[in-house]
Write a protein that binds this ligand. Structure first.
Ligand SMILES: NC(=O)c1ccc[n+]([C@@H]2O[C@H](COP(=O)([O-])OP(=O)(O)OC[C@H]3O[C@@H](n4cnc5c(N)ncnc54)[C@H](OP(=O)(O)O)[C@@H]3O)[C@@H](O)[C@H]2O)c1
Length: 278
């Protein structure tokens, strides 16, 4: 397969380049590929002659999205429209990577692929707009929603917790934001299997299980041998979370499981990620 990856130098994009290396893989990212520029996007994708575009580029800074919803929409909504139009022109299928934050988090049990999205913040609204643009323009489409990606360096949650633990004796973390930490490499492997199987549709791919941010932080500290750092529980309301967060967004993987694609428990992935190098 010829595969083009947008955002190929981002956290997930880098892993996708590895997981799909048995194929002919090309990709683009800022600054040379700006998906909010329709012409550049069309020309770059046309030149790659892909069978499929895996669209992992996004504005993922949720605070910036909330501060500047027009920018969020320009990149995540209209940028996805540009990628989808380019796929249509190039005759390529599209895989759009979306988020748990398209849901409002009030359902109280894991969301299945067919549940109705209802975002509560600008990032979620812009990613949902991306889903809608892709669905309106491309027939051969996968939408893969995921959550709490890590494994890509100092901006991810484990790195931030460990950096904070190096500075402070006590950390305060919320107990009422619940989802599933997902190792970017595991997601990239699952996406690779999905496009090799080739069944279009909406998928929920996270590592399995669920936890609160607090439980995630506690496991990070334990695995890193830093259980000496005190963890103080708080709530989204007390913490005055900005942007507003959907509280409970565990995703149930029903469609992928039917194809034999299941990701390992989040604790196992985290333990491997934080294991000291041998
Ligand atoms: N991270 C998470 O927890 C999470 C959770 C659920 C879903 N997702 C989704 O998963 C996908 C991958 O996320 P990630 O964690 O790999 O994010 P990431 O590390 O921020 O990677 C996104 C890449 O897209 C690039 N980008 C931003 N604006 C662009 C533009 N206008 N044109 C072209 N490229 C642009 C970024 O470049 P710069 O770094 O230069 O901005 C970055 O290289 C995204 O679609 C995201 O919405 C992420």
């Amino acid at each position: 397969m010829r595969i083009f990856i947008t955002g190929n130098r981002g956290q997930l994009g880098r892993e996708l380049m590895c997981s799909l290396s048995a194929h002919t893989v090309d990709g683009g990212d800022l600054p040379e590929l700006d998906i909010s520029d329709a012409d550049t996007t069309r020309r770059r994708i046309e030149a790659a002659k892909p069978d499929i575009v895996i669209h992992a580029a996004a504005l993922t800074d949720t605070r910036l999205c909330e501060d500047d919803p027009h920018l969020a929409n320009r990149v995540n909504g209209l940028g996805t429209r540009n990628v989808a139009l380019a796929c249509r022109d190039a005759g390529a299928a599209l895989l759009y990577v979306s988020t748990n934050e398209v849901f409002d988090g009030l359902r109280g049990e894991p969301y299945v692929e067919s549940d109705a999205p209802k975002p509560v913040n600008a990032y979620g609204r812009s990613k949902l707009k991306g889903e809608e643009e892709a669905q309106a323009l491309v027939e051969r489409l996968y939408v893969v929603r995921t959550a709490w990606l890590y494994g890509g360096g100092e901006r991810d949650f484990p790195s931030k917790i460990l950096a904070a633990a190096a500075r402070q004796a006590e950390l305060t973390v919320v107990t009422d934001e619940v989802a599933t930490p997902t190792l970017a490499r595991d997601l990239a492997d699952a996406i690779a299997r999905l496009v090799e199987i080739g069944v279009y549709g909406v998928y929920h791919f996270t590592n399995s299980g669920e936890c609160s941010r607090f439980e995630w932080a506690r496991e990070i500290l334990r695995l890193a041998g830093r259980s000496d750092v005190a963890l103080k529980p708080t709530t989204l309301a007390e913490y005055n979370a900005y942007p507003p967060k959907p509280p409970y967004t565990a995703l149930r993987n029903e469609a992928g499981a039917r194809l034999g694609i299941a990701l390992r428990p989040w604790q196992a992935a985290l333990a491997e990620h934080l294991a000291p190098p041998t």
